[in-house]
Write a protein that binds this ligand. Sequence first.
Ligand SMILES: [Zn+2]
Length: 494
Amino acid sequence: MRFEQAISEFDPVLGLEVHVELNTETKMFCGCSTTFGAAPNTQVCPVCLALPGSLPVVNGTAVESAIRIGLALNCAIAPRSRFARKNYFYPDMPKNYQISQYDEPIAVNGYLDVDVDGDTYRIGIERAHMEEDTGKSLHMGGATGRIHGADYSLVDYNRAGIPLIEIVTKPIEGTGEKAPEVARAYVAALRDILRSLGVSDVRMEQGSLRCDANVSLRPDPQGPFGTRTETKNVNSLRSVERAVRHEIERQADVLAAGGTIVQETRHWHEDTGKTTPGRTKEEAEDYRYFPEPDLAPVAASEQWVEQLRATLPEPPAQRRARLQQHWGFTDLEMRDVVNAQALELIEQTIEAGASAAGAKKWWLGELARRSNDSGVALPDLPIDAVGVARIEALVAEGTLNDKMARQVIDGILAGEGSADEVVAARGLALVSDDTALLVAVDEAIAGNPDVAQKVRDGKVAAVGALVGAVMKSTRGQADAGRVRELLVARLTGE
Ligand SMILES: [Zn+2]
């Protein structure tokens, strides 16, 4: 069924669960390193391998991060929260249970406002709780890397025990046809907040931020919720939007044909844009939760919570609005800035002395083009805000024209040093000394007597040909505006 038709017949209700890996140096319950990409099973110890007799110890920094996340999401922080064992068997989970939180999470009852096409949607936050990540199964020998068709599987426990925060929304109602975009905007806003808090590197493509999307449909917007499905591990913002849209269409087809929705997890396939059934979703009682006997409850004193509240940065949405007003950018310009990940870069370039317009011009123009061509994200290009501010200053003072500035950028990106070093090494300064320019001006006049006469006769527009001659003889290293002034002055006495 087409999306528009599905929405006209059914009201979607969403629920989003986001898992974020914290960027603590060590794991949630042991001292193992959390560095991404290490050789398999080199960052493990008896605790995260669940060897008999080993005991977990809570990572204090992870608890601080959890509290700061809760506060940034306007949650209440529980004065006492407790870990629980969530029992299930997975080969990548050596304990056969996951230490999580169940009925006493650390943060509850918050909200996050997100903006879609100028409308604000307040997304209720049910809870944010602490838990540990699983290891990773690698299915070898097959073409797809999936378990089907594989010859054998390997398990890497480096990730087992990395601190996770799971952030669960309340049911999101009333979004109608905007449901897919609201889902995407929520994950984007959450990612911005987590990044601003500095608690995670929030790289969806590396799995440090993962979204599970619950979707259900009901015929009557005032009626009870329909049966939901949970699409797991959707790993890009675009996929969040596509997966929600697809699931609305798919469920509408099933319901319209008189079928029933099965409560289950579903897998998202980026290539086909479809979901396929996973396992039938367990109910909470299937996990046999019970309080973790090896860990004392976490008691967050009011004083500690208030200390952490004082460390919260300005909320990203508020910061963007402030900077936009300060810089005088339009909504569209600001969206381009954010999409290009250029907000901090432009802010730093302005701090280093450039104008807002100048900073935007270089980052969103020439440098964004280099970023696209090379596939290297703008913040990862080997040029910094100070370098861009210096180029802008050299253009503003007339030492460089735009063409030469692009050559300076070439040099910096090629590792030839700072802007000034590239200017010096490549001999890239405009001839701004009038004495030198006048020699070239007189040569151009002498070499083009007919054109010169036209200008003397009042056809000032003809001077362009002479400007061109001077630019050619100075190999482009003259300020064309100044050349024009000198020519007109020479020929008309003005
Ligand atoms: Zn360990």
